[in-house]
Design a binder for this molecule. Structure first.
Ligand code: OOG
Ligand code: MG
Length: 260
């Protein structure tokens, strides 16, 4: 079968709804490039919006060395987050809807003003930030064994599934975002740690990267958007019988409790 932007978007949405994973698109569509990957991502999001979802922000993927090395891709990417992907702080993950979930700690920004690339630097990015939160992202690739190339993961909206954002908000001026540390624990035992420098040297550099790459596609990140700046550590397999916590040095703790 010859793939099109539309059939690829439908295929990924069907895989998500039916919880059946699939081979990477590039296995059958070797000339698929990043640009067409974004066209598939746009189509997939348009279909989600047509079904009633609302865009609430942007997520970055593969912004840290830990994530890039694990996934074998050294280029960051952007994707879209909707209201349907948000789970309330303190709730467990919707395991019945997930294929092979993993969880990763992220620093999350809320924008106070619009941000438009392509000339955004760290300083401009920080000036647009109204609040900073601790986040935990649940990723769930539609591709078997999380095996994909860059255009595949762009098309699959960067493995988006769910995310949690802490309730408490902090001002940029009250934080050292580069030094901000996170410890990831499973059932109270540390499995990984990193600090804000892990994402592009500075979480606001990740925000600038998102604004600039979206800006090159003519897209502004509007005021009020959430921006998930990317996993600080490698992602950890998410299991219903365990409790997962990301304990940030200043931003506080986000947790995904055991199910049931
Ligand atoms: C791609 C999603 C990456 C992040 O924060 O790096 C991502 C993946 O690892 O499946 O969300
Ligand atoms: Mg992520």
């Amino acid at each position: 079968m010859a793939w099109t932007i539309d059939t690829a978007a439908d295929h990924l949405l069907a895989a998500e709804r039916s919880r059946t994973n699939t081979g990477p698109l590039t296995d059958e569509w070797p000339e698929l490039d990043a640009e067409t990957g974004y066209a598939i991502q746009d189509r997939l999001i348009a279909k989600r919006l047509a079904a009633g979802e609302r865009v609430v922000g942007v997520k970055l993927g593969l912004t840290s060395r830990a994530k890039q090395e694990r996934m074998g891709i050294d280029s960051p990417l952007t994707a879209v987050v909707t209201d349907a992907m948000r789970i309330p702080a303190g709730a467990t993950a919707p395991y019945g809807k997930l294929i092979h979930p993993r969880v990763e700690p992220e620093i999350v920004f809320v924008l106070g003003t619009d941000l438009t690339g392509p000339d955004v630097d760290v300083e401009k990015a920080l000036a647009a930030v109204a609040a900073v939160h601790a986040g935990f992202e649940v990723i769930d690739s539609r591709y078997r064994d999380f095996r994909f190339r860059l255009p595949d993961v762009i098309a699959d909206n960067a493995s988006s599934s769910y995310f949690v954002v802490s309730e408490e908000a902090f001002a940029v001026a009250d934080l050292d975002l580069v030094a901000e540390e996170v410890v990831v624990k499973v059932d109270g035992r540390e499995v990984d740690r990193a600090n804000g420098a892990a994402v592009q040297g500075h979480p606001a550099a990740a925000l600038a990267l998102a604004a600039n790459s979206l800006g090159r596609r003519g897209i502004t990140i509007p005021a009020g958007s959430l921006v998930l700046t990317g996993g600080l550590t490698d992602a950890v397999e998410l299991r219903p019988e365990s409790e997962f916590t990301a304990e940030f040095s200043t931003l506080g703790t986000v947790a995904i409790p055991a199910a049931g």
